[in-house]
Design a protein. Structure first.
Length: 420
């Protein structure tokens, strides 16, 4: 959990503004949800390993007997009734289930807000961080994936983030791959966790981890992964049936493969700085994904800078009726470290460097007049080290300054000079 100095805060707000404007331009509407959710909802089994990182809020009125009983049974969660949200998807599902009657049949939402996880702090991983999510609920067809990817690519382009690769896979293809290798369906979850570590532990590490799940199956998977390595070094393969078939065993969910080619065709007009690739090893750790999944890679980051997918089964858990849903999230903390923002210095942001003897009433009158003209105004008392004062003002985004003395307290008489 971090503090941000003014320059850092300005850069973050600039980036958030760019993302908001682009998402809104693509027809999404912003909502807001509480920072806390019922602890049972946060620990419903849909959040994967992130559920283990959730911050819980102790129930009010606990006594010693409650604490002793929880320790004795090992049911520590019984002490909590609320928890801080660890992502924005679980709150969105609850929001939609609550307000469905007030929302359109196909609902396109924006959520940009902080979330909390009990991470071990390190670069790119924080205990409080901002997520920028767009979701489409109620659209079962590929229009949802296409709109989400298009809007996200437009935001990346507007941020000046070239060189992004959106890697795409489908959970049905993953399951088909595991079935081909011979893994028992009850072990799919553990196998996927190991595959998700491929970029960190390599093919040999994955095979070693899975030897207990079935040595023969692990060996078959290892052969497939080894053959994929040259393609993964390039970010994956082209999204065509021919290219996908060349890296997958025969018979792997042909409908899902054809669907990926169809999606790629629909996305043929993406910005030139964004490319699409098929990566059959892409897993996405959340347990709620049911179909297409995608992730953003950038050469400047060792980790993904965004991701998402289709989660058709989640909202039904809260609503009792199945509703199709798909979402895409930009990893804001990683994105903001990659972008370069030009100085926002403007001649409409001015510093009035005044003598200490200038009456306060005159200064405030002058400041009010300039603000009424649409300027941003800061008052600074003149110091001996004038250059340091002006440097700080320039770094803060101010574009010009003027000296104010007892003789120059009229706005029309001020002589503004550029900063920087």
């Amino acid at each position: 959990m971090r503090d941000f100095l003014p320059a850092e805060k300005a850069k973050r707000e600039h980036a958030l503004g760019v993302i908001r404007r682009n998402f809104a331009a693509h027809g999404f509407d912003e909502i807001e949800t509480p920072v806390v959710e019922d602890v049972a909802r946060l620990h419903s089994g849909l959040g994967g390993d992130n559920e283990k990182l959730a911050f819980s809020v102790l129930r009010r009125g606990l006594d010693t007997e409650d604490l002793e009983a929880a320790v004795a049974t090992g049911d520590i969660l019984s002490l909590a009734d609320l928890g801080l949200r660890f992502d924005l998807t679980v709150p969105l599902a609850r929001f939609y289930a609550t307000h469905r009657a007030e929302l359109p049949p196909v609902f396109r939402s924006i959520q940009i807000a902080p979330v909390w996880r009990a991470e071990r702090p390190q670069k790119g991983r924080y205990r409080q961080f901002v997520q920028c999510d767009i979701d489409i609920i109620g659209e079962a067809g590929q229009l949802a994936e296409a709109e989400l990817i298009t809007a996200t690519a437009a935001a990346l382009e507007a941020l000046g983030l070239d060189g992004c690769t959106i890697r795409i896979n489908d959970r049905r293809i993953l399951n088909g791959l595991l079935e081909y290798c011979g893994f028992d369906e009850s072990r799919y979850g553990q196998v996927l966790i190991s595959i998700d570590k491929l970029d960190k532990i390599g093919t040999e590490g994955v095979v070693a981890e899975l030897s207990g799940e079935g040595a023969d199956s692990a060996a078959v998977l290892g052969g497939i992964l080894a053959g994929l390595e040259p393609h993964l070094a390039e970010g994956g393969v082209e999204l065509t049936i021919e290219a996908i078939a060349s890296v997958l065993p025969d018979g792997i969910d042909t409908d899902a493969v054809a669907g990926l080619e169809s999606l790629a065709h629909a996305l043929s007009s993406l910005p030139p700085g964004v490319r699409l690739r098929f990566d059959p090893t892409l897993v996405r750790g959340m347990g709620y994904y049911t179909g297409t999944i995608f992730e953003i890679a950038h050469p400047g980051s060792g980790s993904s800078v965004g991701g998402g997918g289709r989660y058709d089964g989640m909202i039904g858990r809260f609503l009792g009726t199945e509703v199709p849903a798909c979402g895409f999230s930009i990893g804001f903390e990683r994105i903001v470290d990659l972008i370069e923002t030009e100085s926002d210095a403007s001649t409409d942001a001015v510093v009035l460097v005044h003598d200490a003897a200038v009456p306060l009433a005159d200064l405030l009158t002058l400041k009010t007049e300039l603000i009424a003209q649409g300027k941003r105004v800061r008052l600074d008392t003149r110091t001996k080290n004038l250059s340091a004062l002006l440097d700080r003002a320039a770094a803060g985004g101010f574009g010009s300054f003027a000296f104010v003395t007892n003789e120059t307290t009229d706005a029309a008489a001020l002589e503004f000079k550029p900063l920087g």
